[in-house]
Design a binder for this molecule. Sequence first.
Ligand SMILES: [Zn+2]
Ligand SMILES: [Zn+2]
Length: 493
Amino acid sequence: MSRNNAAETAKIEVWWDMNDCTIPEGYDARRVRSGIERAFEKLGYSGPVSITAYGDQKKTPCHVLRGLSSTGVAVAHTNSDSTRSVMYRDMVGWRDQNPPPATMMIISNQVEGDLTWDLARLQQRTKYDLFLAYSIKSSDDLLLVCYANWRWEQLLEEEGGTPPLVTCRLSSAAMFYCKSCNLDCQSLEKFRKHLSSYKHGLEEAINPPDTQLFCVTKAWARTYPATPEHATAKIHVLWDMNDCPIPEGYDARRVRPSIERAVKEIGYTGPVSITAFADQKETPDHHLLALSSTGVDFAHTLFWVKYSRMITEFEEWTEDNPAPATIMIISDEVASSQYLSSLICRKLQESNYNCFLAYSVRPFEMPILLTSAEWLWDSLLAVSETKRHLLHKCCSRSESVVESSGMFYCLLCICDCESLDDFKKHLSSKEHIHEVGYSPKTKRVREDNNDFLNTKVTFAVQSAVKSGYNNKNILTLVHIKERDKNYTKYSKA
Ligand SMILES: [Zn+2]
Ligand SMILES: [Zn+2]
């Protein structure tokens, strides 16, 4: 992954859940800061580190509070049930006040679920270098892009040598906060007195902090005007023709002008390339020819590998087309499934790509992909109809072009054809049939191996993530997993 050089000297903010990642019995609390700093130094990050320790501080021994405070670690009291939501609220507030470059580190076991969903969306718009530490690893960590993650114990073991001497500068900087009463103070004695006061008890009893995590991006709009850098950049469209088919009686030559018109209406004028994904046998010839005549590429694929092929093409496209650029996905499945969109989601967190979505049915849940525009497929196709004069121009232009400009791809064999005849010849060739067919002999073995494979793949993906995000490897593994999962479904049907 490309490292953000400016972030390496920028400030590092750490949110630490002391309930999840506790200080072990007998461990000197003054060594926590140096452990964290050393881990960052090893990765080349040398910016100033601010740490806030969250938890029920009534339960934290006095010497631990003093040790943390003396090394400049701020201490925040929350009741245990609301630690996660309070920490996240502070994180969001900090992001508002501290534009990148900067680094965020979360020490918690509870990053998955709505926190990952919201933070991954925030990161797609505003990117920070993100680091994680945990004592128990969460299972769905493929959605959020982290530069590194550590086991909590590993951080504490970082050879800290002798605890640093208490300096006046640091001890004066470390604050104590009561998040329940919105109070801060600089003296440990005052803080402890406050936590045992009647006033504090009453406040926590009648006005307890929210335990529910507030997802800030839920309220965000789905469509935004084009930013200058994206307005003229390339737009690549991945179109799943099964989810979003060409309606009966609709002229397939109108698909391209409709898409172009729709993006133009919100300020995007960059060149548009479109690849349609479907099984050739299920696509009428007149659609294939019409799409080709308007420069839409057709990629033959079978339904149980369709999504992995779409995602592979997305990956390949991003390699050739660095950001800023826009990816548009026309698919119900990719829009609604976190699993299918996880690689795209990761890429959007890493690079300055824009994302558009179109679907035949609005997803039940808001997609994890942060979009700059969303359309319903039917209304998108109707765009050219409402601009009839423009359509005439587009159609007459495409009709006058004799040779086809759209390509035909067989994604199963990685074979490109310029004409429909050649394409069909390929699809009935020995080479193609060999590539597609799983022989009945291997079919049974595949089913038997399915559970084993899934476990193995999940593990391999996790290891791949741990050892530096080799997207190609992960992708291959995801392919295997998806193919086998769908193959089982297919063969049982
Ligand atoms: Zn209080
Ligand atoms: Zn083929």
